[in-house]
Design a protein around this ligand. Structure first.
Ligand code: SAM
Ligand code: DTB
Ligand code: SF4
Length: 343
């Protein structure tokens, strides 16, 4: 047997030849064992397969550009152990009220001028108050009128709130499961994993696209990463967007000293998401500031096809637009058109 033939034999698991050329099917019945098998593949085989699946469903030279804005910063009653905005930890962040709609729209117009196609508005809330809904609806309408896709992340929603946001035209609702069900209570105690799944169901029922992913580097083990991907890949329908964040460590939070996720492991997570959720847009989200160009290139090869652009995420910095432009030029990547019609 040649060396390559033996590598191919190694890529056989559960009767599936991971190196074959048959088109990837969208499946919601992934088992944890299958997902573990993907994580365990030799890195080159995993990347080869992820790249193959990627180009079956997307143009691999296109990357979606989304821009974030914190429309309500700080003072959050939740205790997410990674977050700068929790009132439970002394992170030195000043709490603000909900931003005026005109300020949000001015920021969205700048994002559009800088090439973003999606505008994601985030609020440091456990859930929105009904008194805020009119302002949120005005923001959605105004941002859509600028020709941008809209996304909001506001915490837990009731069915009524989800319907009101959908009626206003909100394209995506971001609500992350963050980590595995098993590790969840080590990170957050003020809500449960099941609460998260309930809001995702309300968002789906209201007819909005789901944006759901998580954070690597929260002290989780490989088994938690397997379980995290398993939850996403076995949802009733795969999230249209899957943001994979690397923890941005925040001084004053319980997870400020957590072991950072290794770049190769982050790329593995992205590749496994790409293979198990072939039609989802996978976003290399927070944490690019600390990543090398080479690691980001591997993430794009593994199937990441979205990033956050602009100088800032919500409360922390993001790579400068000109360094992203230089990276895109080096890699021959270009910004993707709006994806709303594809999901
Ligand atoms: N409060 C809402 C909620 O938690 O759903 C929305 C805003 S919250 C900041 C949105 C997401 O940002 C979190 O679910 C988490 O995945 C991500 N995030 C927050 N802080 C982070 C950090 N320090 N590093 C990486 N991702 C982070
Ligand atoms: C997501 O998964 N990542 C974004 C967005 N959804 C809302 C937030 C990243 C926040 C990073 C830390 C900060 O800037 O505060
Ligand atoms: Fe609040 Fe969201 Fe931060 Fe958790 S992640 S503390 S819910 S803003």
């Amino acid at each position: 047997m040649t060396k390559r033939a033996s590598a191919c034999a190694g890529a056989l698991f559960f009767g599936v030849n991971m190196l074959d050329q048959s088109p990837s099917l969208v499946r919601n019945d992934w088992t944890k064992e299958e997902i573990e098998g993907l994580f365990d593949l030799p890195f080159t085989d995993l990347l080869f397969n992820a790249a193959r699946v990627h180009r079956e469903h997307f143009d691999p030279t296109e990357i979606e550009a989304a821009q974030l804005l914190s429309i309500k910063t700080g003072g959050c009653p939740e205790d997410c152990g990674y977050c700068s905005q929790s009132s439970k930890f002394d992170t030195g962040l000043k709490a603000d009220k909900l931003m005026a709609t005109e300020t949000v729209l001015a920021d969205a117009a700048k994002a559009k001028a800088n090439g973003a196609t999606r505008f994601c508005m985030g609020a440091a809330w456990r859930s929105p108050k009904n008194r805020d809904m009119d302002a949120l609806v005005a923001m959605i309408r105004g941002v859509k009128d600028l020709g941008l896709e809209t996304c909001m992340t506001l915490g837990m929603l009731t069915d009524e709130q989800a319907s009101a946001l959908a009626e206003a035209g909100l394209d995506f609702y971001n609500h992350n499961i963050d980590t595995s069900e098993e590790h969840y209570s080590n990170v957050i105690t003020t809500r449960t994993f099941a609460d998260r799944l309930d809001t995702l169901e309300s968002v789906r029922q209201a007819g909005m696209n789901v944006c759901c992913g998580g954070i690597m580097g929260l002290g989780e083990a490989r088994a938690d990463r397997i379980s995290f991907v398993h939850t996403l890949a076995t949802l009733p329908s795969h999230p249209g967007s899957v943001p994979i964040n690397a923890l941005v460590p925040i001084e004053g939070t319980p997870l400020s000293m957590a072991e950072p996720v290794e770049p190769i492991e982050l790329v593995r997570v992205i590749a496994v998401c790409r293979i198990t959720m072939p039609e989802s847009v996978v976003r290399l989200s927070a944490g690019r500031e600390g990543m090398s160009e080479e690691a980001q290139a591997l993430a794009f090869l593994a199937g990441a096809n979205s990033i956050f652009v602009g100088d800032a995420l919500l409360t922390t910095p993001n790579p400068e637009p000109r360094s992203d432009a230089a990276l895109f030029a080096k890699l021959g990547l270009r910004p993707a058109a709006s994806s709303v019609s594809k999901v």
